[in-house]
Design a protein around this ligand. Structure first.
Ligand SMILES: Cc1cc2nc3c(=O)[nH]c(=O)nc-3n(C[C@H](O)[C@H](O)[C@H](O)COP(=O)(O)OP(=O)(O)OC[C@H]3O[C@@H](n4cnc5c(N)ncnc54)[C@H](O)[C@@H]3O)c2cc1C
Length: 300
């Protein structure tokens, strides 16, 4: 029986683990892969203290920092379910079962992909999934944003200040984002909206050179240096039931990182906290463990 199990070892889980170690808690970390989404990030330019650091180097630093407190991570294990077992929680993975008095869930999210030719090959070579992270690269460039929901429109409005021309492409007949965002985007001379338009392929040799789309049975090529795929994400929250989730299936937390289940705390991209960023996840991970520490102390 551990005092605490931390599920996930992305920025939120690693920071949570460092705080748990420094509080001398008896804890375990279970993660499919240390680093989480940061492993997919080419360069991070908005993490305080680093003008620029590659995602891989940042994960290596995180790993080194955590290993200074001993080997706490069960890497390569996937949590299948979490159940209440009396006063404790039973965590079942693909490899075993563990029990703890409290949990911190930091299992993050998975960005949805288009699944078209060129997408994977040109990832980080013009294909990006986070405008807040990567829009500044496209100063005076032509870019495409795929997705007409709020994420897509948010990306368009960020790029509007940076890029020369932005094509907003959506397969639906109407943009589903909030009216105010749609109106703002449409009022910009830089933005061209293409609805009923399906992306068939992302083009480019070493870097993105454009996309091939289909609109009402006709194919067309749009030249562009960047493609932002903003078609949503899936929170990794399916292994826990009977807990409050919002319509996006993110875990609902309050400002003390508490979920609707006493003793279960959560942090980072898996939660309802809006800004999905490394630095936010780190801060939230720290907060969640401090809250869990206080909870356990009060219980004892
Ligand atoms: C391509 C890309 C570029 C980005 N660029 C930037 C950037 O430049 N700057 C920035 O601030 N943010 C960037 N982001 C966002 C940033 O990466 C995330 O906000 C951050 O990683 C979230 O951290 P997290 O710890 O909450 O979740 P994640 O990073 O998603 O980590 C989740 C962890 O949980 C584990 N996990 C998931 N499910 C299970 C399970 N069932 N069992 C066990 N373990 C599980 C995963 O293996 C992982 O260890 C980018 C994201 C992407 C996709």
């Amino acid at each position: 029986m551990y005092e605490l199990i931390i599920i996930g070892a992305g920025p939120a889980g690693i920071t949570a683990s460092i705080y748990a170690a420094r509080k001398k808690m008896d804890f375990l970390v279970i993660a499919k892969e240390v680093g989480g989404q940061t492993n997919w990030t080419l360069n991070v330019e908005n993490y305080t203290g680093f003008q620029m650091i590659s995602g891989r180097d940042l994960v290596a630093n995180f790993r080194k920092h955590l290993s200074g407190y001993g080997d706490r991570v069960k890497e390569g294990e996937s949590v299948r379910s979490v159940e209440k077992a009396g006063e404790a929680f039973k965590v079942k993975t693909n490899k075993g079962e563990y029990e703890a008095k409290a949990l911190v869930i930091t299992s993050g999210k998975i960005n949805k992909v288009l699944n078209v030719p060129g997408e994977n090959r040109l990832r980080n070579k013009g294909v990006f999934y986070c405008a807040t992270c990567d829009a500044p690269i496209f100063q005076d460039a032509d870019v495409v944003v795929v997705g007409g929901g709020n994420s897509g429109l948010d990306a368009v409005l960020q790029l509007e200040k940076i890029a020369k021309k932005i094509y907003l492409v959506d397969s639906q007949p109407k943009l589903m984002a909030d009216h105010v965002l749609v109106e703002k985007a449409k009022s910009s001379p830089k933005v061209e909206v293409l609805v009923n338009t399906r992306v068939l392929e992302i083009l480019g040799d070493k870097f993105v050179s454009g996309i091939r789309v289909e609109h009402e049975g006709k194919e067309r090529t749009i030249p562009a240096e960047g493609v932002f795929i903003e078609i949503g994400w899936t929170p990794s929250s399916d292994f826990i039931e009977n807990i409050a989730k919002n319509p996006k299936t993110e875990l609902m937390i309050n400002c003390n990182s508490e979920t609707s289940i006493e003793g279960v705390f959560a942090a980072g991209d898996v939660t309802s906290v809006p800004a999905k960023q490394i630095i936010v996840s780190c801060g939230e991970g720290a907060k969640a463990v401090l809250a869990a520490f206080e909870y356990l102390n009060r219980k004892e």
